[in-house]
Design a protein around this ligand. Structure first.
Ligand code: MEV
Length: 434
């Protein structure tokens, strides 16, 4: 196959027809298939098309809800977008469990974000540090046009400092800026201010020194450990009693807290453990039109903040009280970006009662903790596959093109049996008489 030139300039239909002839020639009626996922209202479809370049259709994910999240004494129904069958069911179960035990408590510890201008400087690092101190006020004033609006909302550029990184890389100096972006994720705001800071710093310095610093790049950091939320659940051990997990509460609490400690010690377990946490967080982040890649990247870096990748959650038993909590940094927005443009992201925020960004951080972190609780509860009791395969049964039945009648019969048959693809296929074959 030859490369395509000028693809982005083609109309949407031309793109589809071009692909139909080359990359999709092995697909039955690709144009019809792609069009069948277009929005029936073409003005709505235009909104989706404008999100990215080369859009040819929409890729559906289920939009589910987790009811009964009690967080700081407020009840939420939480929108979740995920394709993994057991995620919403697990989160819902965990939220229901903690609803009767005081719910989740959240505390937003700080909301500061940062970005850096990475510089190359051929002169003496100390000289640049001294010049920086001389021009610092001018530098801050040089970006007020960009920061005024954010200041009116209570945020803005909080501080700028110069860091000597020449011990790590010859000539490497860094302008570090801290920001408060209120209810916006603030990526565009931060990046615009950083680019202006870089240019203005070069100008200010070059009027005072022979050497001129060179801007290598100016960009926000997706690592925002100072934009941090803590969410916890706790209850006396006796209250962990639950016929659904069928274990005595003390044994359950011991096994559960050990499972969390294992995830802080062992990197293999930590990765899977945190993946489970992000099952919950990502689903909320996606449903509210936020940037799940940024949230994931930040969370994973934080999990490795002491040099080893560890569990993001912790658990302990103190004086007969079981406590389970998560500290997690994340940068989210409830204004700007897709939050108003994507009709369902907008609906999600309304469902959550139009939260502030800190409130959304709390909700997403709570869902992460709920998800983690549900996963560990299954893992240390019945094992994960029982619940997982129960939810996955629908996918198996769809794959095997089962009729409604067959679905009901299969569901009843497997209610007390182990589910696997082969077992379901065999049983369906028997039902179908071959
Ligand atoms: C599956 O998507 C997530 C789990 O593996 C998480 C965990 O093991 O803690 C169940």
């Amino acid at each position: 196959m030859k490369p395509i030139h000028g693809f982005s300039k083609l109309s949407k239909l031309e793109k589809i027809r071009t692909l139909a002839e080359r990359d999709l020639s092995n697909v039955y009626r690709p144009e019809e298939l792609l069009k069948s996922f277009w929005h029936s209202d073409l003005s709505q479809q235009k909104i989706f098309d404008d999100f990215t370049e080369n859009s040819i259709s929409n890729f559906y994910f289920p939009y589910g809800v987790c009811p009964n999240l009690l967080l700081n004494d407020k009840l939420y129904t939480v929108p979740m977008v995920t394709e993994e069958s057991s995620v919403v069911a697990a989160a819902s179960k965990a939220c229901k469990f903690w609803l009767d035990r005081g719910g989740f408590k959240a505390e937003v510890i700080s909301t500061t974000k940062s970005g850096q201008v990475h510089l190359r400087w051929a002169g003496d690092p100390l000289e640049l540090v001294n010049v920086f101190e001389e021009v610092k006020i001018q530098l801050l004033n040089s970006v007020t046009e960009l920061t005024t609006n954010m200041e009116k909302r209570g945020g803005g550029l909080l501080s700028v400092r110069l860091i000597d990184r020449t011990a790590d890389e010859p000539g490497y100096m860094q302008l570090w800026a801290d920001f408060e972006t209120c209810d916006a994720m603030g990526a565009n705001f931060i990046n615009s201010v950083l680019e202006a800071l870089g240019q203005n710093f070069v100008q200010l310095v070059s009027s005072k020194t022979e050497d001129v610093p060179e801007v290598i790049m100016a960009i926000l950091s997706n690592y925002s450990p100072e934009c941090l939320v803590r969410v916890s659940v706790s209850c006396p051990i006796d209250e962990l009693d639950d016929p659904a997990h069928g274990m005595n509460p003390q044994a359950f609490a011991d096994k559960f807290t050990l499972a969390v400690r294992i995830a802080t010690i062992d990197v293999n377990r930590a990765t899977t453990h945190n993946k489970g946490i992000f099952n919950g967080i990502d689903a909320v982040i996606l449903a509210t039109g936020n940037d799940f890649r940024a949230v994931e990247a930040c969370g994973h870096t934080y999990a490795a903040r002491d040099g080893q990748y560890r569990s993001l959650s912790r658990a302990n038993i103190d004086n007969g009280v079981f406590k389970f909590w998560i500290d997690i940094p994340m940068s989210v927005g409830t204004v700007g970006g897709l939050t108003k443009l994507h009709p369902l992201a907008n609906l999600s925020l309304r469902m959550l009662g139009e939260p502030s960004a800190p409130e959304l951080m709390s909700v997403a972190a709570a869902l992460g903790l709920a998800q983690n609780f549900a996963a560990l509860r299954s893992l240390v009791t019945s094992g994960i596959q029982k619940g997982h395969m129960k939810m996955h049964l629908m996918n198996i039945l769809n794959h095997l093109e089962a009729t409604d009648l067959e679905r009901n019969t299969v569901r009843d048959f497997f209610v007390d049996k182990d589910i696997s693809f082969n077992a379901v296929r065999e049983y369906l074959s028997e039902l179908r008489g071959f």
